[in-house]
Design a protein around this ligand. Sequence first.
Ligand SMILES: *Cc1c(COP(=O)(O)O)cnc(C)c1O
Length: 376
Amino acid sequence: MRETPNWPDPAAHIARHHPDTALLYFCPSVLQATARRFRAGFPGLVTYAVKANPGEEVLANLVAAGVRAFDVASPREMYAVRAVCPDAVLHYNNPVRSPQEVAVARALGVASCSVDCRRELDKLSPLPRETEVSVRLALPVTGAAYDFGEKFGVGPERAAALLREVAVRGFVPALTFHPGTQCADPAAWGVYIAAAARVARAAGVTVARLNVGGGFAAHRCGPAPDLEAIFDHIAAQTARHFGDAAPRLVCEPGRAMAAEAFTLATRVKALRETGAIFLNDGIYGALTEARDIGAGDRIRVLRPDGHPRHGAPVDRTVFGPTCDSIDRLPDPLPLPSDMAEGDFVLFDGMGAYSRSLTTRFNGYGLGESVTVAALD
Ligand SMILES: *Cc1c(COP(=O)(O)O)cnc(C)c1O
């Protein structure tokens, strides 16, 4: 891994360097603590959904915290994982693949693949029969920030038929679902687990494993999500609905694993008479998701000397740096009345879907991450 200077916290780095390019501060101990929390609390195998943040330092610290299995969406993610952990177990759960991608999966010895239709199952025929193939179930479920079931998955009836076909073809049969990202409601998992048990019964197939997806909420606003309540609900509902035929469980958090370990630091380029501000990052950068799920409320403003602003909050329109009028946050943010040009606006809990979505539009985008001992 690249050597990065170690700073005690973002404020110390800001006070010294006044970074004029938006960047992420990374705290390895927070990431490892989150991984250990999942591994201690989740009643099954914890894998990491690489797409949330494929950074080399993220993968390396997860490996250091004992994570050995990864949910990968593409060959490039497979190679990225194996580069950091040569014996990593790969779960290839993007259910749409080209034949060339299947060939890479075969060459790399992918352990598990999800499918949501017969045509995609046909494409997996080059894979060895000890490969696990999990049928992706989709239900109309509420509780998440946005619904993943619109793009992937099959309803219960077709899922049962497909599961039977997986078993007939000699693959190891499994079921999977994804309740939708940023989901804080344990009941969303319960509804899916009950449906998965009915699908397995209807198919007459004993499933080896049930993959309960990612979707676990990160701390974006209000109190931190209660992950353990979700873990306990998953364990209880699996026992209740599957009884003696209870499958082993797998989860694949992306957001909830990566988010807390990074803080985004942006800088105020301009403060207008209206109170509106222009930041050096926006929806073409690390704040892309703000358009869909809001910016959250874990926001603080630091002076260039690293000290916090304490002025009474006023609602400010927040624009990004590009010459594009849609580059603004959807809602005004309550920010201190005494903030000034040159200040820094920090967004905590920004490790997921930030760096992996940032663009270089207009020549902006994130600079190199900075490693810190603590984030606050
Ligand atoms: C995106 C995705 C994940 C991770 O979802 P999060 O909401 O980030 O936890 C896990 N599994 C699959 C199949 C996905 O597509």
